[in-house]
Write a protein that binds this ligand. Structure first.
Ligand code: SAH
Length: 275
């Protein structure tokens, strides 16, 4: 299935993903059209396959990026349509499902940001008020993400405005990042089961967490940092370590958690940083 979506240009690749129903939502298509994969993949950027980016990391295949974004979409779109600027955004948002507190700026964490490609696509969807943090444990890859994003004027604008930030840290611990209106060093408002209704109004936590490397478990700390409501997309190794599956973890308004195993995949592992 995957190879059938390869193209000779970014537009052709995205059109093929659309034709093969790997992208089904107009807003997702627009976001993928808005980011040239050639700025992020060092070779064969329009092939629907993963490519090495150094440091034993790979930029994931376009169909995996597509599925991740489609899965997270209700938690990415601004929950206040006035926060969007592009007309197509407002139109597509009418058709798309949006889950979140009205008017609360989106906060999205992309763990194992690698090339920075998906971080950029996610930023295309969260609107003017949203923030996307790309987290890497290898400093050179954090810099690669920044460098790749700076290749386009739109990417430079995202970096300069602070709407996209690349950080160095261990993704298994998640990340605490002050929101645009928050003060530095603020802890995430986590809205877990023990939280009261008040905590969901705090500015921390994440509406969506994408994990781009295979974890050995559904790290509790990541679940804790999800907002209520919020969703995580994460590849996890099964017990024998032989296979990996995509899981989604949803936290609802009340802080209740629902975990779902979707399908088998092959990702590089979420590990300790190399010495
Ligand atoms: N989403 C990226 C995927 C890169 S591959 C892309 O499509 O370009 C997975 C990435 O996870 C690698 O860059 C690797 O350095 C990073 N990674 C692995 N373990 C990590 C950890 N514990 N914390 C943060 N990043 C990690």
């Amino acid at each position: 299935m995957a190879w059938r979506s390869s193209g000779t240009s970014n537009t052709e690749l995205v059109e093929n993903l659309w034709r093969n129903k790997l992208i089904t939502q107009p807003l997702v298509k627009a976001a993928f059209l808005g980011v040239d994969r050639a700025h992020y993949a060092p070779s064969a950027p329009y092939d629907d396959s993963p490519q090495p980016i150094g440091h034993q990391a790979t930029i994931s295949a376009p169909h995996m990026h597509a599925h991740a974004v489609e899965t997270l979409l209700p938690f990415l779109l601004p929950s206040d349509s006035s926060a969007t600027s592009a007309d197509s955004h407002a139109k597509g948002a009418k058709e798309a499902q949006v889950i979140g507190h009205p008017g609360r700026p989106r906060r999205v964490l992309d763990i194992g940001s690698g090339s920075g490609y998906l971080t950029h696509v996610l930023a295309e969807l969260v609107g003017e008020t949203g923030v996307v943090v790309g987290l890497e444990h290898i400093p050179a890859l954090k810099e690669l993400g920044e460098k790749n994003m700076a290749k386009s004027p739109e990417g430079r604008h995202l970096l300069d405005s602070g709407r996209v930030r690349f950080r160095v840290g261990d993704g298994r611990k998640g990340w605490s990042e002050p929101s645009p209106t928050g003060s530095a060093g603020q802890q995430p408002g986590v809205g877990g089961p023990a939280d009261t209704g008040e905590s969901v109004e705090e500015e921390g936590g994440w509406d969506a967490i994408h994990v781009g490397a295979a974890a050995v478990e559904l790290h509790e700390e990541l679940v804790r940092q999800l907002r209520s409501p919020g969703r995580m997309f994460i590849p996890v190794e099964d017990e024998g370590g032989w296979e990996q599956y995509i899981w989604t973890v949803d936290k609802d308004e009340k802080g209740e958690i629902r975990k779902e195993r979707l399908y088998g995949v092959r990702y590089v592992p979420l590990t300790d940083a190399p010495k």
